[in-house]
Design a protein around this ligand. Structure first.
Ligand SMILES: *[C@@H]1O[C@H](CO)[C@@H](O)[C@H](O)[C@H]1NC(C)=O
Ligand SMILES: *[C@@H]1O[C@H](CO)[C@@H](O)[C@H](O)[C@H]1NC(C)=O
Ligand SMILES: *[C@@H]1O[C@H](CO)[C@@H](O)[C@H](O)[C@H]1NC(C)=O
Ligand SMILES: *[C@@H]1O[C@H](CO)[C@@H](O)[C@H](O)[C@H]1NC(C)=O
Ligand SMILES: *[C@@H]1O[C@H](CO)[C@@H](O)[C@H](O)[C@H]1NC(C)=O
Ligand SMILES: *[C@@H]1O[C@H](CO)[C@@H](O)[C@H](O)[C@H]1NC(C)=O
Ligand SMILES: *[C@@H]1O[C@H](CO)[C@@H](O)[C@H](O)[C@H]1NC(C)=O
Ligand SMILES: *[C@@H]1O[C@H](CO)[C@@H](O)[C@H](O)[C@H]1NC(C)=O
Length: 448
């Protein structure tokens, strides 16, 4: 048998290709391809007030590729600076200025945390998050209609949600059209493997509110606030996360219960249809992007795969944690293992990888979905590619497929950076679905 060292190098070479970000047809902000992707993610928050381009570009210029502490330091510096600025602003006189600074401080605290999960005892994992949540709440308290945070009781855990009631819409005659308690369509949005609900406000939340709808974000086990506050890792019964949210919003007098949609981003492209396979009160589901099995997108190479299949947890864990701890290894590998084990509330990569294989949206699960589903795909998705068309074909008549184009800057995983295109296509589809307008099955050709 090969030595453990040669095994993991061999495994590494394969995983690099799979988790891989080795080439991308969009301008990159780091020679470290994983740093480049995550920098793009934070830069993209600038499209809706969650970051500022100059601030992210400056951090990018200072971060040393592959150096997790340098990543932390640059974003912590920005976060503290913006936080100090925000708290120094008289928010009664200058609520917009304070709000904008708090939103960006919150994002940068979250960014600072991104590469710290390899050591689960690192106290910064919690202190940064507490700062991020506090600054986000300080920002949203300064919105014209502040959202409501709630912890909903579920079976063995609680679900933090943020409910943003529809905002007043300027009508044609210049008056604010919306009356309180008017029953309004509602979009529930969940994030994926390593995202958070605070970022979703900038990614899609504001776009939903701008269309005059209620917007609800949530996190379940494995997602960052639940993982931290409840030590709960990902679970496969995701409908138990979504159903209490539907229960809650059905009690509200401002919700049109015939128009409740569920969207999932990234790994949420599995979680949302998976929940909808048992939660049938949803009138539409959006898989952004379509994904059926994340485990299958991670190619460990033949040797490691054979060890995994043989069930040799000891050797599998030793190889994987050695890679995770080795700063000469590529960031995407190190981070992938660190984040995976952390999010599944384990220190065993074997348990992570096993658990990941259970949270799927494959044919048996999709057969139980009853609502229309938008299956999106990025033309150059390097993170979790290749399963959207299969999901679309498996869903049959229920599905609409849309390919987002690289040449328009929308080809990235989850259309990162092209949020306006994402909102236009997905939310126009949603309104057509609710209005029962005939929609072609494949809208790639420009229906939206
Ligand atoms: C990797 O690092 C973690 C903590 O950071 C430690 O618990 C673990 O024992 C290390 N594993 C190996 C194989 O070095
Ligand atoms: C993990 O972090 C804790 C707390 O900062 C520290 O005591 C410990 O040495 C770290 N472990 C490793 C392997 O770096
Ligand atoms: C939700 O629970 C967390 C953890 O216990 C707590 O910190 C937070 O204040 C709660 N939020 C609400 C709105 O009750
Ligand atoms: C998370 O893992 C810790 C350590 O193994 C364990 O004590 C705890 O019960 C786990 N949490 C849940 C919700 O299973
Ligand atoms: C796992 O593999 C190692 C190295 O080949 C071997 O020594 C050990 O007995 C195996 N364990 C199991 C449970 O098969
Ligand atoms: C870390 O990875 C490098 C590059 O593959 C390798 O040369 C080195 O031996 C590894 N270090 C450890 C401690 O395993
Ligand atoms: C599909 O739904 C039926 C009825 O609720 C359930 O018994 C079955 O387990 C579901 N299938 C899957 C794969 O979840
Ligand atoms: C969708 O339509 C485009 C042409 O507009 C075609 O190139 C593509 O293959 C179609 N995709 C699927 C999944 O049907």
């Amino acid at each position: 048998m090969r030595s453990i060292k040669s095994l993991y190098v061999l495994g590494a070479a394969h995983v690099i290709g799979a988790l891989g970000l080795s080439s991308t047809p969009i301008y990159t902000l780091s020679t470290d391809s994983h740093f480049a992707f995550v920098l793009e993610e934070y830069l993209a928050l600038s499209n809706a007030g969650g970051a500022s381009t100059g601030e992210v570009l400056r951090a990018a210029s200072q971060i040393v590729p592959g150096d997790f502490e340098s990543w932390y330091s640059e974003f912590k510096f920005l976060a503290d600076a913006l936080h100090t600025k925000a708290t120094s602003i008289d928010s009664k006189r200058f609520p917009v200025s304070a709000r904008e600074a708090y939103f960006r401080a919150s994002s940068y605290y979250r960014a600072a945390d991104f590469y710290l999960h390899g050591n689960q005892s690192d106290p910064r994992i919690n202190t940064l998050w507490n700062s991020a949540l506090a600054d986000f709440d300080a920002a949203t308290s300064l919105l014209p209609i502040p959202p409501i945070r709630k912890n909903l009781t579920a079976n063995g855990f609680t679900i933090p949600i943020i409910y943003f009631p529809a905002q007043p819409q300027a009508s044609a005659n210049g008056h604010h059209g919306r009356q309180p308690s008017v029953k309004t369509p509602t979009v529930i949005v969940g994030t994926g493997y390593d995202g958070n609900q605070e970022a979703l406000y900038h990614t899609v939340g504001r776009s939903i509110l701008e269309r005059g709808w209620n917007y609800v974000s949530y996190e379940g086990p494995g997602q960052p606030t639940v993982r931290r506050q409840q030590n709960a890792g990902f679970i496969d019964n995701w409908w138990d996360v979504v159903s209490p949210i539907v229960d809650y919003i059905e009690t509200r007098d401002d919700v049109d219960t015939k128009k409740i949609a569920l969207a999932g981003l990234s790994f949420g492209g599995i979680l949302a249809p998976r929940a909808a396979s048992r939660e049938h009160r949803l009138s539409a589901v959006l898989a952004i992007d379509g994904l059926m099995n994340l485990q299958k997108t991670i190619n460990l190479g033949d040797q490691l795969t054979a060890i995994f299949k043989s069930g040799n947890k000891t050797v599998f864990d030793k190889v994987m944690t050695s890679v995770m701890n080795n700063s000469s290894m590529p960031t995407n590998l190190r981070w992938g293992i660190a984040q995976g084990t952390w999010a599944f509330n384990t220190t065993s990569p074997f348990e992570w990888y096993t658990g990941l294989g259970k949270v799927t949206a494959e044919a048996d699960t999709l057969a139980n979905v009853t609502s229309p589903v938008l299956v999106a795909e990025g033309e150059h998705d390097t993170i979790a590619p290749g399963q959207a068309v299969s999901m679309y074909e498996t869903l049959g008549d229920l599905a609409t497929y849309n390919l987002f184009r690289t040449e328009l800057g929308a080809g990235e995983h989850c259309q990162l950076g092209a949020e306006a295109q994402l909102a236009q296509v997905s939310l126009d589809w949603l309104l057509d679905t609710w209005d029962k307008v005939q929609i072609p099955k494949n809208t790639t050709g420009g229906t939206y």
